[in-house]
Design a protein around this ligand. Structure first.
Ligand code: FAD
Ligand code: 2HG
Ligand code: ZN
Length: 471
């Protein structure tokens, strides 16, 4: 190992090779404080050539490398194991915007760009970069690509995969694959780009990307509405899809229990809807025509929804600050859960036609088998994506509760996901958290194919080993 470190110091400026415990510490624990590991070293390269040089050395010495962006992922993908033999390759210094191509409506950028900086750069040029999520102030585009992140605009613009046209990737041999092309059509054989997106650093290191930009909407209107049951929320979604079509850019659901918890920790974020109804839905419409056009459309749809008794109350944001307040309330549920203590996350997708059955059956089983647990259910309803999180009964230490019940609770939820033909990971990925879940629920043939790909692209198993699949 000393030999390896010695050679590494020839591949990168000494200042950016961290080997002292106090220097490595900030890179060892994830945002949730759910995973902590040890690392032989942390390296902070600033060019693709440097990353390639580091990976070549790792291949030569068979040293495992854990790629890392903002370390905001929920599945422990960017946290090393406890052996102290892996290195962390953090891409934060690779944060240059290489080009904004106005005619092609694309932005070419490096993996360490913070998501919010990319959104701001797009606005500077009169464009929208639609990827939007609660961690946007600290997550990085490389991490977004590696996890195929979703967020709140997927309904209209798709997930990170749908926003990406080209990639630059360092392979397990330390070669640079230059796939930096801004093409909307390219059928030259296997789609290598799509192989790396969502692979969570297990097949290659993403160093740069070409991403799509969209025209900025002229006007956005945001509303909160009250629904009595799941069935109404889905019929309401279908109504909005039919009447507003591509103007519908957000459709988020929050249960009463989620917003009660929010209010407990952030009293200023209480639900403005009277009595905090069983289901609160946040709806956003975005328009390229005029403010008047979208407002009238929103009011007309809400009227229809009232008449059909799909909703019992509605508040339309009267200005940008109130609209932002609605979104903050939605995004603070994760923070309220973090303040409350450890919880068990289930980031799942269910076909909308089975969502009601999923919630009814899973809620009943959960309350029956784990009396007193708090079901914090919210999410991107427009995508069929629930964050079906479980907090321990009040007064019970979360660590102790999770130690004894985690496995059974995950299994209960994942069995229902399978019954409903859903997925056990909608947008957060697999990492180390869902390694067993994936093995059990991906399907034997699919899981074997994934292992075959991993062996082919990383035969020495040095790229983020034991994340996503174990070979
Ligand atoms: P990291 O956590 O550093 O890494 C994630 C994975 O990608 C790891 O496996 C890592 O090894 C790999 N990786 C990182 N960079 C590279 C690279 N350059 N090349 C190859 N592999 C790499 N996620 C959503 O999808 N939707 C949400 O709405 C959402 N909301 C969130 C809200 C909060 C408050 C928080 C804390 C997180 C949220 N997340 C959400 C999860 C997280 O922000 C995303 O998964 C994000 O995409 C991770 O980016 P990151 O830069 O932090 O990646
Ligand atoms: C969100 O949609 C994030 O807010 C976080 O994906 C979900 O806290 C969670 O489980
Ligand atoms: Zn989410």
């Amino acid at each position: 190992m000393q030999d390896f470190i010695q050679q590494l110091s020839g591949a990168i400026d000494q200042k950016y090779l961290l080997t002292q415990e106090e220097d490595k510490a900030p890179y060892l624990t994830d945002w949730r404080k759910r995973f902590t590991g040890k690392a032989l070293a942390v390296v902070l390269p600033s060019t693709s050539a440097e990353v390639a040089g580091i990976i070549k050395l790792c291949a030569q010495h068979q040293v495992a490398v854990v790629p890392q962006g903002g370390h905001t992922g929920f599945c422990g993908g960017a946290t090393p194991d406890n052996s102290g033999t892996q290195i962390i390759l953090n891409l934060k210094r690779m944060n240059r915007i290489r080009e904004v191509d106005v005619a092609n409506q694309t932005i070419t950028l490096e993996a360490g760009c913070i998501l919010q900086a990319v959104q701001d750069k797009a606005v500077e040029h009169g464009f929208l970069f639609p990827l939007s999520l609660g961690a946007e102030g600290s997550c990085m585009i490389g991490g977004n690509l590696a996890t195929n992140a979703g967020g709140t605009n997927v309904l209209r613009y798709g997930n990170t995969r749908d926003l990406c046209l080209g990639l630059e990737v360092i392979t397990a041999k330390g070669e640079i694959w230059n796939g930096i092309k801004g093409l909307r059509k390219d059928n030259t054989g296997y789609d290598l780009r799509d192989l790396f997106i969502g692979s969570e650093g297990t097949l290659g290191i993403i160093t740069a990307a070409v991403m799509k930009l969209y025209p900025l909407p002229i006007s956005q209107w945001t509303t909160l509405v009250a629904c009595e049951n799941v069935a109404s929320t889905i019929t309401l979604l279908n109504l909005f899809q039919k009447r507003a079509s591509a103007l519908l850019t957000g459709f988020e659901m929050m249960t009463r229990e989620s917003l009660d918890l929010n209010e407990k920790h952030f009293p200023q974020m209480a639900n403005p809807l009277k009595g905090n109804p069983p289901y609160t839905v946040l709806i956003e419409l975005s328009d390229h025509e005029s403010e008047e056009h979208v407002r009238q459309l929103l009011e007309a749809i809400l009227e229809e929804a009232f008449e059909a008794q799909l909703i019992s109350d509605a508040v339309i944001a009267s200005n940008l600050s109130q609209a932002n307040g609605f979104w903050h309330m939605r995004e603070h549920i994760t923070l309220a859960q973090a303040q409350e203590g450890a919880n068990l996350k289930h980031d799942i997708t269910i076909p909308l036609s089975s969502l009601e059955s999923f919630i009814q059956v899973t809620d009943a089983l959960m309350r029956d088998r784990f009396p007193g647990v708090r079901i914090i259910n919210f999410g991107h309803l427009g995508d069929g994506n629930l964050h079906y999180n479980i907090a321990p009964p009040l007064g019970i230490d979360p660590k102790t509760f999770n130690e004894f019940n985690e496995k059974q609770i995950h299994e209960l939820v994942y069995d229902q996901v399978e019954r409903c033909k859903g997925s056990i990971s909608a947008e957060h990925g697999v990492g180390q958290l869902k390694l067993d879940g994936l093995r059990a629920h991906k399907g034997k043939v699919a899981h074997e194919l994934m292992k075959t790909l991993k062996r082919a692209l990383d035969p020495q198993n040095i790229l983020n080993p034991h994340k996503v699949v174990s070979i």
